[in-house]
Design a binder for this molecule. Structure first.
Ligand SMILES: *Cc1c(COP(=O)(O)O)cnc(C)c1O
Length: 375
């Protein structure tokens, strides 16, 4: 069976974990946490960042930082992972779901303004498949209406918008290092703080609502409870694992981008024939090889294609179900009609894409899809 995903271990993980253990301090904010922070700042150009135990945690921190109060409205795409919404629902926000573009699952920036009310506090964008949302339009709307922008950049490591790294544009951004992402630590994530007014409070929320970090820097003579917070920081063992991955970022990315391009080149003829739709990459965006999808004509065709591929030992999977139709949301809120989101929920299919995917296997997958559509 060709699996849908296989987490890639670089081989250096145990070396760094062993070193973390030998250093004798494996709780949060240790040696490897600092090394990862420095890497993200110095090599990737993020102004300030904090590793977290997950992207979900980073999104929860963002919701606390922008001070979401019960009844505040937060606009986000419906075509996303539950955590994007849950992090804000936890603080009592009312989630307002926006539709995708017809040919791109990202939030449609042209319809955002219609969704803004006096209660709107923030816009959360999701760079689906690592492909940038139209950030200039979104940041302009946010500025005009005094709203915060949070980038759910879970899938967006090493991807760019007009040359700027994704995660460096909104007021705050959240990354994931879950084992299904490009760079992994099992579970793991990161909050990026682009608006410096959040720096101090972010560190406090990260360390259980205490000023422990300031204490260890010698800025205060004792540490105390100063705000709400939680234990959002990962152990240094997790950070050591992540550091091994970061050192191999270029190698991992080059392979993943090649695999992405092979799929695209191999399937473009089917798109030209009108059989399927392939990802549309806007001029302002880049590809980071996070995932490759094609869009079938309808749900029945997709179900048949999944079975066909499975009968040849290829595991392909669909993706999000529309959040606005989820049991939790639709029980409380009259859902809007979001046709493009529903259409991706019904028709989008993800193909195997992971570092160790054999290129002969990939060619076989492409051939199988060709055969399916010729029948
Ligand atoms: C993976 C993912 C998350 C959740 O990441 P975790 O690190 O598992 O919490 C959130 N949003 C999006 C868009 C994701 O793809």
């Amino acid at each position: 069976m060709i699996p849908f995903n296989k987490p890639y271990m670089t081989g250096d993980e145990l070396y760094y974990i062993k070193d973390a253990v030998a250093r004798g301090k494996i709780s949060g904010n240790g040696y490897y946490t600092q090394k990862c922070h420095n890497y993200f700042r110095d090599q990737m150009g993020f102004r300030n960042c904090l590793l977290t135990s997950s992207c979900t945690d980073a999104l929860e921190m963002a919701a606390i930082l922008v001070d979401i109060q019960p009844g505040d409205e937060v606009i986000m795409p419906s075509y996303t992972f539950v955590s994007t919404a849950n992090a804000f629902a936890l603080r009592g926000a009312n989630i307002v779901f926006a539709d995708s573009y017809p040919d791109n699952p990202n939030i449609n920036a042209d319809i955002l303004e219609q969704l803004i009310t006096p209660k709107t506090k923030a816009i959360v964008v999701v760079h689906y498949a690592g492909v940038a949302c139209d950030m200039d339009i979104i940041m302009n709307i946010a500025q005009e209406h005094g709203l915060f922008v949070i980038e759910d950049a879970a899938q967006a490591i090493d991807s760019y918008y007009k040359g700027k790294p994704l995660g460096s544009i909104g007021h705050l951004a959240a990354f994931s290092f879950h084992e299904t992402k490009n760079i992994i630590s099992g579970e793991g994530g990161m909050l990026v703080i682009n608006d410096k007014s959040f720096d101090k409070r972010a560190e406090v929320i990260w360390e259980k609502g205490t000023n422990r970090s300031a204490f260890f820097r010698g800025e205060v003579d004792k540490y105390s409870w100063v705000d709400i917070g939680s234990s959002f920081l990962p152990s240094d063992v997790t950070a050591a694992f992540l550091y091994a991955q970061l050192e191999n970022l270029e190698k991992i990315q080059s392979r993943r981008k090649n695999l992405w391009q092979n799929y695209y080149n191999g399937l473009i003829d089917l798109e030209v024939l009108g059989k399927i739709m392939l990802p549309k990459i806007p001029d302002y965006a880049t590809v980071n090889g996070h995932l490759f999808y094609l869009v079938c004509n309808n749900i029945k065709e997709r179900t048949d294609l999944i079975s066909f591929l499975k009968s040849y030992s290829v595991h392909s999977v669909f993706h999000y179900l529309s959040l606005h139709k989820s049991p939790f949301y639709s029980a409380k809120t009259e859902p809007a009609i979001l046709e493009n989101c529903d259409s991706f929920a019904d028709r989008l299919l993800r193909l195997p894409l992971f570092y160790e995917l054999d290129m002969t296997d990939q060619t076989r997958i492409i051939d199988l899809i060709g055969r399916f559509y010729k029948k």
